[in-house]
Design a protein around this ligand. Structure first.
Ligand SMILES: Nc1nc2c(ncn2[C@@H]2O[C@H](COP(=O)(O)OP(=O)(O)OP(=O)(O)O)[C@@H](O)[C@H]2O)c(=O)[nH]1
Ligand SMILES: [Zn+2]
Length: 365
């Protein structure tokens, strides 16, 4: 199970279920009330109990750790394995679903690193990078910008300049450049994501599929070929949304769920704050604590734009993402959002606590 991300944190969270005779499993795919889940004995197909609340974010999703009843004893509905509980999620990518009463839908759970593919071929689209970085932070995962197609920028000085532009738009975020074409940078990237759970985000044509294949190695290409030939979002039973990375490269998994690639912001205020950390810091210096940074006297943000230390583009991008987030929040059930946010905070607190305890005796299996 370690191959699939099992660690002491998951082991601790699972311990109470072990006493009930349940077994741990990681969900690799969900469809039509069933899920495929990896157990220590192999992959099983399990029933996912109907969600007993009106909150769709509590439904089983790819990346979840579940406590399964193994079935076969007459204790489950039709003798097949059954999901009895989900372990608290360390992180979650939530999509806002359209409609009057917008609700979140979880697309991927327990992601450690969000790889944001930014193609070096075209002109850099920094606002788009900022949007994906905000989304990643708000999920709880660590963003990592991957500049793809580095072979198309042969001049090292130009490459360094492009990387510097991206770094300025993503303070505190690691930026790596890779080329799937000639293999440059892939070993560094593999080492960074080894052992954890990652997802690939980024616009169409950014080179995500190519990069995924390069990271996953030979075997996985077949899996992708199955989905590509289909093209309708229908999958054959061999398709998984959670794929193991090669053991030689340190293991870990890559989640590549349809729909995750173009996700919107949802309850992402915190993510936007982290993405524009330097603006938030400047805001602390404004004369008025509720300064909107539009025309107020004594505004430190506007002063920074004025003296050239803060690019005007950054401020505009920040405002745009805040507005977008407010729009989504306005059509989302407030009680539900507050509840989900509270639970999410609780879970990340548990995750952090466990991460700090990680140095204790290992209970990996
Ligand atoms: N030169 C060069 N081209 C690349 C590289 N990686 C990908 N490409 C090309 O970029 C194009 C898009 O790559 P994909 O991997 O399909 O991009 P994607 O992000 O998966 O696109 P969607 O499936 O639409 O989301 C293809 O023509 C690839 O051959 C690279 O490292 N170097
Ligand atoms: Zn201000």
């Amino acid at each position: 199970m370690r191959r699939y991300g099992w660690d002491t944190c998951v082991a601790d969270a699972f311990a109470p279920y072990e006493d009930e005779g349940l077994i741990p499993a990681r969900v690799v795919r969900v469809d039509r009330g069933r899920c495929d889940a990896v157990t220590a004995e192999g992959t099983v197909r399990a029933r996912t109990a109907p969600v007993a609340t009106d909150d769709p974010t509590r439904a089983v999703c790819t990346g979840d750790w579940a406590a399964l009843h193994p079935g076969g004893t007459g204790e489950t509905a039709d003798g097949s394995p059954e999901v009895r509980a989900l372990l608290p999620r360390r992180t979650a990518f939530v999509r806002s679903t359209a409609g009057n009463r917008s609700e979140g839908q979880v697309l991927a759970a327990n992601v450690d690193v969000a790889l944001i593919a930014v193609p070096l071929a075209a002109e850099l689209e920094l606002p788009r990078v900022e949007r994906f970085v905000a989304l990643a932070w708000s999920s709880g995962a660590r963003p990592l910008v991957v500049l793809t197609k580095a072979d198309l920028v042969p001049d090292p000085a130009t490459l360094a300049q492009l990387a510097a532009d991206v770094e300025e738009s993503a303070p505190g975020v690691e930026v790596l450049s890779v080329s799937a074409a000639d293999g440059d940078g892939l070993d560094v990237l593999s080492a960074v994501i080894a052992g954890g759970t990652c997802v690939l985000l980024g616009p169409s044509g950014a080179g995500k599929s190519t990069l995924a294949n390069a990271l996953l190695g030979e075997d996985a290409q077949d899996v992708h070929a199955v989905r590509d030939s289909d093209g309708k979002g229908r999958h054959t039973t061999t398709t998984r949304d959670l794929l193991p990375l090669p053991a030689e490269a340190g293991g870990g998994v890559l989640i590549d769920t349809p729909g995750l690639r173009g996700v919107g912001l949802w309850g992402a205020e915190d993510g936007v704050s982290s993405t524009f950390a330097e603006i938030e810091a400047l805001a602390g210096e404004c004369r008025f604590h509720d300064c909107r940074h539009s025309a107020e006297p004594g505004c430190a943000v506007l002063a920074a734009v004025e003296d050239g230390t803060l690019p005007q583009r950054r401020l505009e991008s920040y405002r745009k993402l805040l507005r977008e987030n407010e729009r989504i929040a306005a059509r989302t059930d407030a009680r539900l959002r507050a509840e989900q946010k509270r639970r999410f905070k609780e879970m990340s607190a548990v995750g952090r606590y466990n991460a700090e305890r990680k140095r204790g005796p290992r209970r990996d299996r």
